[in-house]
Design a protein. Structure first.
Length: 154
């Protein structure tokens, strides 16, 4: 549906609604994480590395659905603070592999406590059932083939 100005109607734009909701939720989580000096995006990286072990930068970017440049901007502060280490890949020496350090594990554990409080706050505000439904819908969107080249008309 078009707005009176001839462009897409902001109220009906799925992308705009999803991005605004994501920013709103991220602000909540970042406020809770602030005492740990980590942002939500950084905590996601640490958790993924803890769960999967050392990963190449490309594999980590793919896991997080980030482009390599965005991931690079997010991992540099973690590296400077000694929370992650970046070394040559074990399999492909041309690649770079990211791993979690002991300090990274410590900071991640502190942040997870704050993350749990943000989770509880979100659920209290939005309702347990609606939160679970929303999470299911978001997982379904991520699992869809929306971004595949075949999904985009030529």
């Amino acid at each position: 549906m078009m707005s009176p100005e001839g462009g897409p109607s902001p109220e009906l734009c799925n992308c705009l609604a999803a991005r605004q909701a994501a920013r709103h939720i991220t602000q909540l989580y970042d406020q809770f994480l602030a005492p740990t000096k980590l942002r939500t995006t950084q905590l996601s990286i640490l958790v993924r590395l803890r769960r999967n072990g050392p990963m190449t930068i490309n594999a980590l970017a793919e896991e997080l659905l980030l482009d390599r440049t965005t991931l690079g901007r997010n991992i540099q502060p973690l590296r400077r603070e000694g929370l992650i280490a970046i070394a040559r890949g074990r399999v492909d020496r041309r690649s770079k592999e990211v791993s979690l350090t002991a300090e990274g594990v410590t900071r991640m554990r502190a942040a997870i406590k704050r993350w749990a409080a943000a989770q509880a706050r979100f659920e209290a505000a939005f309702g347990s059932r609606r939160t679970a439904e929303l999470r299911g819908l978001m997982h379904a969107v991520v699992a869809s083939d929306l971004g595949s080249p075949a999904a985009v008309p030529a």
